[in-house]
Ligand binder design. Structure first.
Ligand code: SF4
Ligand code: SF4
Length: 229
């Protein structure tokens, strides 16, 4: 499972500034289990946006937003509604936001940060990658994660070493920042490149104090010397 938590409301409303018609997407997988993007949170977000003067023209909760084929097949019957939206607010983890942004030619806003719980877990094996950095940047990069798409994990644009669209460190890999540029251009969002992203707080990649107060975490801390012989 991937754990996500909703971003502060002011941040979400800031993303939606200047936009009126919003379509909300939630996820019935990990986001529902996280309490960040299931049916209840989507309904609550709809009310909050409407209280703040937005016109929510539709919403949908899909089983797994990280699965692009599923996203496309479920949204196809709603093409007209989605097409009429100024943007889509996506209430799920970084993988889900990336998968939707790759599947729908609309401005896609992340409503959540993906947080790290360590270990490994079952998840859909797609092309998208998320480092669970705790402060999602997909708002500024067209829905492509700069930490995983760029070999150096640069967050403020390309290093300048790319050649024919390929990374200077790995000619087999597309330059992540060229992909981000093309995606922003496709979504008419090139102005996002003018926003300077402050240095990341990598302490947010650590499990949260809330996570570390659970009994599961306490079990993890049992004296490592105590082993079953
Ligand atoms: S910026 Fe990248 S690593 Fe951080 S939460 Fe978003 S998708 Fe995940
Ligand atoms: S060439 Fe592109 S992907 Fe490679 S390190 Fe530079 S900006 Fe990142």
């Amino acid at each position: 499972m991937i754990v996500s938590q909703q971003k502060p409301l002011e941040e979400i409303l800031g993303y939606l500034d200047g936009e009126d018609r919003i379509f909300i997407l939630g996820c019935n997988g990990c986001a529902e289990a996280s309490g960040s993007g299931g049916p209840a949170q989507v309904a609550e977000m709809q009310s909050i946006l409407e209280e703040n003067g937005k016109n929510v023209i539709g919403s949908m909760v899909i089983d797994f937003l990280c699965q692009k084929a599923l996203v496309k097949s479920r949204l196809r019957p709603r093409t007209e509604q989605v097409g009429a939206a100024d943007s889509i607010l996506i209430m799920t983890c970084g993988l889900g936001v990336q998968a939707v942004a790759a599947s729908v030619n609309k401005i896609c806003h992340p409503a959540c940060d993906t947080v790290n719980i360590g270990g490994s877990r079952g998840e859909w094996k797609g092309k998208e990658r998320c480092l669970e950095c705790g402060e999602c940047l997909l708002e500024y990069t067209g829905g492509i994660c700069p930490l995983t798409a760029c070999t150096k994990g640069l967050i403020n644009g390309a290093c300048g070493g790319a050649s024919n669209g390929k990374c200077e460190l790995d000619p087999e890999r597309d330059c992540g920042w060229e992909l981000i540029y093309e995606r922003l251009k496709q979504k008419n969002q090139l102005d996002k490149l003018k926003i300077l992203i402050p240095p990341k707080d990598y302490s947010k990649m650590m499990p949260s104090p809330k996570m570390m107060s659970t009994s599961l975490w306490a079990l993890e801390q049992i004296d490592q010397e105590e082993k079953i012989e």
